[in-house]
Structure formats: C-alpha cells, structure tokens
Ligand binder design. Sequence first.
Ligand code: ZN
Ligand code: ZN
Length: 413
Amino acid sequence: MALDLDAIYTDLHRHPELSFQETRTAGIIAQRLTELGIEFEEGIGRTGLAAVIRNDDNADDGERGPVVWLRADMDGLPVEERTGLAYASTARGVDPQGLDVPVMHACGHDMHVTALLGALERLVATTDEWRGTVVAVFQPAEEYGAGSQAMIADGVFDRFPRPDIVLGQHVTVLPTGTIGVRPGTQMAASDGLRVTLLGRGGHGSRPQATIDPVVMAAATVMRLQTIVSRETDPRHVAVVTVGSIHAGLKNNIIPAEAVLELSLRYTDDEARARVLEKVERIVRAEAAASGAEEEPVIRVDHSLPPTINDDEATARLSAAFTRAFGDDKVVDPGMFTGSEDVSWFAREAGVPLVFWFWGGVDPQVYADAAASGSIERDIPTNHSPFFAPLLQPTLDNGVANLVTAAREFLARR
Ligand code: ZN
Ligand code: ZN
C-alpha cells in the first residue's frame, strides 16, 4: 500500500501550522510512519518527531554501517495565501503575541515533509540494497530558528543514533529538475541581539544629575555603523542593522535605560566572532564614555549559524546527483542571504552537513522570466503569499534527491 504523496502534500498545504504548533502535521507524519512500519518518537522539542530505519545485519559486532540523518522542517508562516490554488490554505492561527493571524505554507516546508515521507517509504522498501541507519528528523519551528536546538535540548542525540552526516533540502525558485548546491557557505549566519544600556533616570530639567541613556543609545547607534564601513574588509559580507530603539515615555523625564535590537549577518564563523566582538567593544565603550555606572547588558536573542556545506561531502553528493539526474541539472546557486537552523544538528554532532536547494518552478515559466530578465518580479519566492511550487514533478524530485543522497552515504550491499 503505497503512500499517496500528492494527497499528503495537498492536505498539509491546506492545513499549515505556526512554529511549535505543528501538532496536526506531526499526527499525520506519525500515522504515515506507523503505516510504513517505521520506528519513531513524537514530541521531541515540543512538536518534533524522529524516525529510524535500522538496517545493519550484525549491529552488535561493531560492524555498524553509516548513520545518515535526513532533516525536514514542518512549520508554516503567518502569511495570507493568495495563490488561488485549489488546495490553498484558509487556515488561521494564534501567534506568540496572541494575535489571530492567517497561516500559509509560504516556505514550502509541506513539500519538505512529504518528500521525506516518500524517501523513507522508498528506503524501507529497498533495505536489501543498502546497509546502515537512516534517521529522519521532522523538525518544528525552523522559521523561529529554534526548532533544531529544541530537539537537541530534548535529547534527540541520546534517543537516536548519532549521525555521521546530516543532509537536508529546501524547495526554491529554480526550474524543476534543477538542484542548487555549493561547497562552503550556502546560507548566511544571523544573530539577533538585545542591548540594554543602563543610565540613571531623573528630571529632564536636571541632566547633570542623570546618566542619559538616550544620548548613550544615539552615540552607540552611530558608532555601530563603523563596524561595516570602517572595520570590515570591503571584500567581505557583513550587515549590522539596528532595527529597533526604545527609551523613555515623556519629554521631561530622562529614562533609566534604553534598549536597542540588532540584526547581524555574516558568511562564516570568523566574521561572526569579529563582528560580535566589535559590537560588544563599542557598546561597552560608549557606555563608559557616557559615565555609565552599570555595564550594559548584551543578550543574544537568537542565533543562526552559517549553513556551511562540507567540501568533501558536497563534492561527493554533487557527483551522485549528476550521475542520477544529468550534468546540466546540478548548479551552483550562489550564497543565499537567508539563514537556516539545520546546521545545529551537524555542529552539535561534529559531522559534515550538506544542504541543497531544489527547483519548484515550471521550467518554461522560469525560462521565459529569465529571457525577459524578470525572475525577481514574476516568480514568487519563498515567504510570498503567491509562493506555489509546482506540485509535480517537484515532489517526486524531492523524494529522488533524498533517496539519492542517503544512498550515496549509506553502505552498499
Ligand atoms: Zn522560510
Ligand atoms: Zn524554509
């Protein structure tokens, strides 16, 4: 009894769920895994699941084959779907602020989940051809950048065999049939910082009796601009954005503190360490320049590492994709400035990661848009209310990608 992947996909698409609320999605995954006879655990990192296919003959004699982790993320986004598809979402949800919001699978994570189920079905049906262990990770809350760490904190590494390699994929704006993968930095890193500058409040008419955090914040914001313009090699990518600044309630009161929220982006761990060190140095120095009596508080609210593909494993996988799908199907898509939390799994385990993109756009539509130079304008990207991957062959390709990738790193019989 084969899984009806198209039906699973359209059902998931109709019923997207917000981050850490993917209970219906998890229920469907659990039901399908049960049908496939695959061992799994639910509720890892709140709404996550992991499943395992153990396919070693003599697991006790030390002759264990490779352990390959395949990861799919599960969450939707607070976006009102406008694709006009027959299976478009009309779902609503409640966000962490308690607001009632529309929900859409605007990033294609429904495609990721369905493709992984399809790949497991195929891997479990062909256990006479490969040897080793496949762990499938259905991760919640990628859009918060929090789901993989939640699963790690909840002991996914203790409850399942640790990986030798972590593999994952994302559907995107490329022609169907095309796979985009590159060694090195595939996606940027980002950190969200909350900086609290501590002054001393008082009457607006008596500044000499206060330490004014508004002036401290203003100077800090200006000085932070020099990290990119004066301290970063112009050949390197870095972004320092102060996205919010809050202080005070009234014109004649000097407040006691000011809060800045920063978004930082970079392409590798060295750049990250450099920028974070500079932010800290400037924040502390400006506080000292203001005569602050208390050190500012710098908190990293969320942290997404760069998604860095292992050179050797990526070369091996690109060759496998090329053999399976053809020379012209595997491209270098360049670095994406978005961020992902998949690499926490590989970092935590100290093993290679390969994360690739696969195409979900009708090749003719893509070619026409490319010819008129209007890809950016005419083809809706991930997170757009119009984002609508072509169901097939995108879904079957997603399954084939995962099976090809897993088999490349598993042992052959
Ligand atoms: Zn997304
Ligand atoms: Zn995504």
